[in-house]
Design a protein around this ligand. Sequence first.
Ligand code: ADP
Ligand code: MG
Length: 699
Amino acid sequence: MARGRDTGGPLLESSQFVKGVGPARQVRLSRLGIERVEDLISHFPRTYYDRRNLSKLSHLVPGTSATFVASVLAVSKRRGRRGRNLLTVAVGDETGILHLVFFNQPYLEKSLRQGSKLIANGEVTSYRGQKQVIAPEFEIIAGELDESLLTAGRIVPVYPLTAGVSHRMMRRIVKAALEKCTHRIPENLPTRVIEQLGFMSRENAFGQIHYPDDWQSLKEATRRFKFEEVFFLHLMLRRRRRNLTRTRERPAIGGPHPLLEAFLDALPFEFTPAQVRVLERIEHAVRGKPGLNLLLQGDVGSGKTVVAIAAMTMAIGKGYQAAMMVPTEILAQQQYERVCGYFSGLNVRTALLIGSMTRRDKDRMHQMISAGEVDLVVGTHALIQEGIDFQKLGLAVIDEQHRFGVKQRATVGTGKLLPHFLVMTATPIPRSLAQTVYGDLDLAVIDELPFGRRRVRTELITDKGREQVFESLRQSLRSGQQAFILYPLVKESERSDLLAATEAFERLQGEELEQFPLGLLHGQMSFDEKAKAVEMFRRGEIASLVTTTVIEVGVDIPNASIMLINNPERFGLAQLHQLRGRVGRGGKEGVCYLLCGEGATERSLKRLHFFARTDDGFKVAEEDLKLRGPGEIWGFRQSGYPSFRLINPLSDNEIVQQSWEVSERLLREDPELTRRENSIVTDYLAMYYSPRMELAEIG
Ligand code: ADP
Ligand code: MG
């Protein structure tokens, strides 16, 4: 429908026909993902050079930065101090001479031939009375400089390039593409939104993001495109959520809840006020539409899983099935045992479904689930991978969400009945990011630890302290405590510089910890071997479990009070936080030793110091974010969402917020977006978002 009108126009034509492209160059552009005219004008600069004021060489003043045009007079190459390769290029214009100095870039010699003309900018300095610029940004220019002012006299775009396409060429092509689209770039935001947020028109924004009049206009153009990136996503998420609950029935789970009461009565502890609050919210939401779509955040050990089990009793008590999906088989096994324990006297039929079960067992399990002979299933990805047909799935719980892709959540329960969703994570997500990535979910936080639970004491130890640590470890083990001894996952190539868990195990068994029964747990073991090791540890037959990060998520062994992490500098902070959350769950104080390797850098030590004195998981995650991208921490990189090119959902918090509100209001006033003034939005969504979002469909 969009193509029928002039919404497409030249934008949809092949970029091959843009002036200056042609078939050969088009092949190169394709490598940058550029196929159509719209891709060309959406090929945003990666940075800009300010070339508004060109200076003559004789006017350059040391200590200032400047842009100038000059010709190469001579090039000299030599070895400088400390073996650095030094390239000095004498350039001149009709007023004077200047030296450009490059370190360790000998290949530049090729392009800087005597007589070539260049435009450069950088900081002017003075060395032995000679003006010079060290490591300038520069471009060789051919032909007349002022031709259409693409290279100088303005703020100049610098594009991501590919082999065979120069800066100059790319600028000309993009400029030609923009000219081709003059007055033909359709608006995609309703006039009211544009007015309310003071945006420039879409066409204007395209012009300014490539060739800004000044920095302010660039900022404005960028602000608009950032908004677009998140706004259409928000609209999609909101609409999808609405449509789902309209076409699929949501279980109506109303009170009273005798099974819940029985479950709570049987628990050996009282819920914390935060747990009670969340449970009440869940109870309210599962009564019917729009239902439960909750992202529950809470630090490790704050009691999320118990709340989830309580929620499952509500569904089960009303004749529905409940499923809990967890990221690893070990954890599935453990949670399964946990629910079996809780439900032993309560007439709830529980089942476990994991990938390593035999085909026959799995088939039988599928049958029972679809026949409604099972009330509660705990499982891994196997729950979604195998297309299980639940008879009556009322609630789907997803534990440790950050270990699953967003997409995977979507596929739980695809029957006519739309289950309620409870998604849990121990790696807290800042609000603006959550709204962007999990915009279809409401947010809740358990912000206190169960009464009596103490924080884990964390000690940072460099290699010299190693002996002492093992001495205190032996003491604790003698007094009946248990410890995890953790090594970073070992890749083959790292074998030489890091002790693998197995090697470490043998060494510890022979030396530092020879008097104690040790167990080994790593990723290469079979499920049965893993389960056995965990079980022996739980029963106290093993004093210390030597392991890798397989232990990271959710494993709950109350008597384990010590976590010794080797080479903590190799882990992300959020991950370390998960790890230390494994201990101190019983009555004893938990201790976490971070035993740094010799290779730990100043910077990583600083980071670990911060970690050792910070026990708030939210703060830890924030610090982690400064170092690693959000995708790495929360695992939604390959999630099927459109990627963000300009917006950073964290620092552009305000834009995310505006989009969140504007999208809400727009859909409240015009749920189907059928009003005339909103048709541009519908068209744009249909054309650019719907196909991609199929991938990211949220249950
Ligand atoms: P999470 O899933 O948030 O890491 P869990 O639900 O696994 O936390 O709870 C961690 C441990 O604390 C479990 O052993 C659980 O039985 C216990 N626990 C949970 N809630 C409470 C509470 N309110 N009081 C005491 N212990 C609790
Ligand atoms: Mg948990």
